[in-house]
Ligand binder design. Sequence first.
Ligand code: SF4
Length: 62
Amino acid sequence: MKIILDTDQCEANGVCVGIAPDVFELDDDDYLHIHGDEVADGDLPAVTEAVAQCPKAALRLS
Ligand code: SF4
């Protein structure tokens, strides 16, 4: 599965980074980066939680 980010919606509040820090990273300019093209099986539970908890609904799995 892949993570789709709606950059127009993301407000760089770091909620997803706190839940899945191995996958999501905010850079010094507050741009969100997603590591890897495909979500590793071991990361899927945390990524699913991050998608659910994003207060801007800026993330989805496809
Ligand atoms: S939780 Fe949502 S709004 Fe916050 S940094 Fe992650 S994608 Fe952006």
